[in-house]
Every structure is written in structure tokens, then in C-alpha cells.
Design a protein around this ligand. Structure first.
Ligand SMILES: [Zn+2]
Length: 170
């Protein structure tokens, strides 16, 4: 019976899981205390239809952090450039990261899915500034007057990839 067949989305397990509803395209964000270990069903808050959320078990360990990060549509190289916007990095994996920032600074023409940004951040204990290009893959309003921006790395230099991988080592 077709109405019993939930569409499948595949995600990496994390404390915050985000995906686009496969029916209506609305952003869905699921928060839990610990990353889920098993696949689960999730109703879309917008259209109410169930998705089957499958966990991708290959790769992509996501590390939870709370680190300052600068982002910009411009090609900046100084984190305090006047063209930089600032937020907090919430987590990072080999493939991307998530930024939290106040909704009061949100601009829907700027923080927009599909936009490419320059990101500048440091990963402790090193102080070297890592600069990568990343694409916005999701924007999620959050309680408390904040929003989350999910970013996927594009064009990442080898030494910066190594610095990120080093930071992600358990
Ligand atoms: Zn939906």
C-alpha cells in the first residue's frame, strides 16, 4: 500500500540531524541528547508526512564544538574583516560544519541555501586560521532567536583538510 511506504532520507547520525522533507522540501531538524543509533521515522512539521530516516554508517564523524567562526559571501582572509559575519561553530565533520548565529543578524538574501561562502576559523589547540569555501545546504530557524546554517565544504586545500582531520581524530 503506497501510503504506508515512507520516503527514505539518508543522514549522518548527530545530536542535530537536518534534512529536507522528501515530500514538500521543508527543512526538518531533529535534536536529541545523544546521536541516534537506529533508523527511525520522523513526521514533517510542515506537511505531516512520515520520512524514514536512515543513518549512514560509513564515515562522517561529527564533532560537537563551540568555536567562533567568520563567514562571508566575499573572499575574505581576515576574520574581523568588515565584510565578515560572525557566529558560533556547533559541529564539524570531514564534509562540513554547522554555524549558529542570532536571527537579528539573519538576512534571507545573504544566508541562503546554495550560496557559497568563505569560512575562517581556528581549531584548538592550534591557532592557525583555516580558510575554506563552503556551500550553504540548509538554514534552520531555532528557538531562542537564533538560526542554524548547515555548510558543506567545497574547494578545501590539502593542508586544511589535514588540519580538520587531525582535529577530528578521537
Ligand atoms: Zn513535508
Amino acid at each position: 500500500m503506497e501510503q504506508d511506504e515512507a520516503k527514505i532520507v539518508t543522514v549522518y547520525s548527530a545530536i542535530i540531524i537536518t534534512f529536507a522533507c522528501p515530500y514538500c522540501g521543508a527543512p526538518v531538524e531533529i535534536r536529541s541528547e545523544v546521536p541516534p543509533k537506529d533508523d527511525f521515522r520522523s513526521p514533517c512539521p510542515h506537511c505531516g508526512r512520515d520520512s524514514l530516516v536512515k543513518l549512514n554508517r560509513r564515515a562522517a564523524y561529527r564533532k560537537s564544538v563551540s568555536l567562533p567562526i567568520s563567514y562571508s559571501l566575499s573572499d575574505i582572509s581576515d576574520p574581523f574583516d568588515k565584510l565578515a559575519k560572525r557566529g558560533t561553530m556547533l559541529d564539524i565533520s570531514k564534509g562540513g560544519l554547522r554555524i549558529e548565529a542570532p536571527l537579528s543578524r539573519f538576512c534571507d538574501a545573504y544566508e541562503k541555501t546554495g550560496h557559497s561562502m568563505t569560512l575562517l576559523f581556528s581549531l584548538p589547540p592550534r591557532e592557525q586560521v583555516i580558510r575554506v569555501r563552503a556551500k550553504v545546504v540548509g538554514i534552520f530557524p531555532c528557538p531562542g532567536g537564533k538560526f542554524h546554517m548547515a555548510m558543506q565544504f567545497v574547494d578545501i586545500a590539502e593542508h586544511q583538510r589535514k588540519a580538520i582531520n587531525f582535529f577530528l581524530m578521537p
